[in-house]
Design a binder for this molecule. Structure first.
Ligand SMILES: [Ca+2]
Ligand SMILES: [Ca+2]
Length: 382
């Protein structure tokens, strides 16, 4: 059933979900809205949407992800309210982000006035804008929207186009975005539908959302009418992300610990935990208890050999006289000895065969907690 889309030789598969399991892969996906500017709560986006997000509307059947929309009344708590519809939503926020590359799904969209399913992307930084709408469907007009919101709230500017057809809901198609520096292409079944060449093509990491949805009177999708069939499904056979070699960038995952207690990307010792306490920014920091050698570390890949990089991160001690090291194993480290959040900066050059490094914060002896937050790794090559 899954057909291969022809891809240029230069594209390499870097991330995918074929939805072959019995349940959604929680290493890859969240099922609620996280850290999104303007969202009313984890399970309700805003007053243009009628639905409450429910995990039981996320189904995997025969290799297909089925994001269901149902007409049913629920009393919600996140946020509080009475909702007449429910739907499934998944996102890669804090689990996978991409800057440039090709992202593609094979999908079949649900029909009917009021239906508002979408394959879209938002900035990892949590602000609204930029936004990629790779395939956003407005059921009242059978209209597939392919667009970019390229400014940041409260300024809102769109570069957008829509295509009206019954084929979106009658047939399976592949929908892809090829996102390059200064240029982007929207493709359906490998055919370019739309190209944007502009300086406002986003140059920041973004995450992926797949959702079914139901509009309210305030939405551009209309509201359900007597012909809208419930339950209905956004069916997705697979999602695949490709990048060109030159675009693969070293990315520190969960760099500000905002994915919280999911330490999958960080290897931590028994006395190190991301906590909702003393963040440098956001809500979480990494807390190291006063045990000598307690650490959090992560292997970062996709570095270029023989290249200069700078690691930056913030650290703070509870007790004067304690020590916290932030560094790059086998290269260099900085000793933070301040009770104010202080930024460490470590410049290093990769070796001839070195394309991955281990970054860390690790404590020395002491009597108080130590905290680190907001890691970043940048290329400082000339
Ligand atoms: Ca599949
Ligand atoms: Ca943080």
């Amino acid at each position: 059933m899954a057909q291969e889309t022809p891809i240029d030789d230069g594209w390499q598969l870097v991330w995918q979900d074929e939805f072959d399991g019995d349940t959604l892969d929680s290493e890859k996906w969240n099922t609620v809205i996280i850290d999104m500017a303007g969202a009313e709560g984890p399970r309700h986006h805003n007053d243009q949407y009628a639905q409450y997000l429910m995990d039981d509307d996320i189904l995997l059947e025969d290799g297909i992800l089925r994001l269901r929309a149902q007409k049913r009344t629920v009393e919600g708590t996140e946020p509080q309210g009475r909702y007449e519809y429910t739907a499934g939503w998944i996102s890669t926020h804090n689990k996978f982000g991409m800057l440039y590359g090709r992202v593609e799904i094979r999908a079949k969209y649900p029909a009917g006035s009021g239906m508002w399913p979408a394959f879209w992307m938002l900035s990892t930084d949590g602000e609204w804008g930029p936004e990629w709408d790779i395939a956003e469907f407005f059921g009242n007009q059978s209209r597939m929207h392919m667009g970019l919101m390229y400014t940041e709230w409260p300024e809102v500017q769109w570069d957008s186009q829509s295509f009206i057809s019954d084929t979106w809901t009658e047939d399976w198609h592949t929908y892809a975005l090829e996102w390059l520096p200064g240029e982007a292409r929207f493709l359906v079944d490998g055919e370019v539908y739309r190209t944007i060449v502009a300086e406002y093509v986003p140059a920041e990491e973004m995450y992926i959302i797949l959702q079914n949805g139901v509009g309210t009177e305030r939405s551009a999708a209309g509201v359900p009418d007597e012909d809208t069939i419930f339950p209905n499904y956004l069916d997705v056979d697979y999602i695949r992300v490709y990048q060109r070699d030159t675009e693969a960038a070293p990315i520190i995952k969960n760099a500000g610990f905002e994915a919280g207690l999911q330490p999958a990307f960080w290897e931590v010792s028994a006395d190190a935990r991301p906590l909702l306490k003393n963040p440098h920014s956001g809500r979480f920091s990494m807390r190291l208890r006063p045990v000598e050698g307690a650490y959090a570390q992560q292997v970062v890949e996709n570095l270029t050999s023989n290249t200069a990089y700078t690691l930056r991160a913030w650290g703070q001690l509870e007790q004067a006289g304690d020590h916290l090291m932030i560094g790059v194993r086998d290269h260099d480290e900085v000793d933070i000895s301040s009770t104010e959040y202080t930024q460490a900066s470590i410049t290093f050059t990769t070796g001839a065969d070195e394309t991955a490094v281990t970054i860390y914060c690790q404590r020395g002896a002491g009597s108080g907690d130590a905290f680190c937050d907001d890691f970043e790794l940048i290329s400082t090559a000339p």
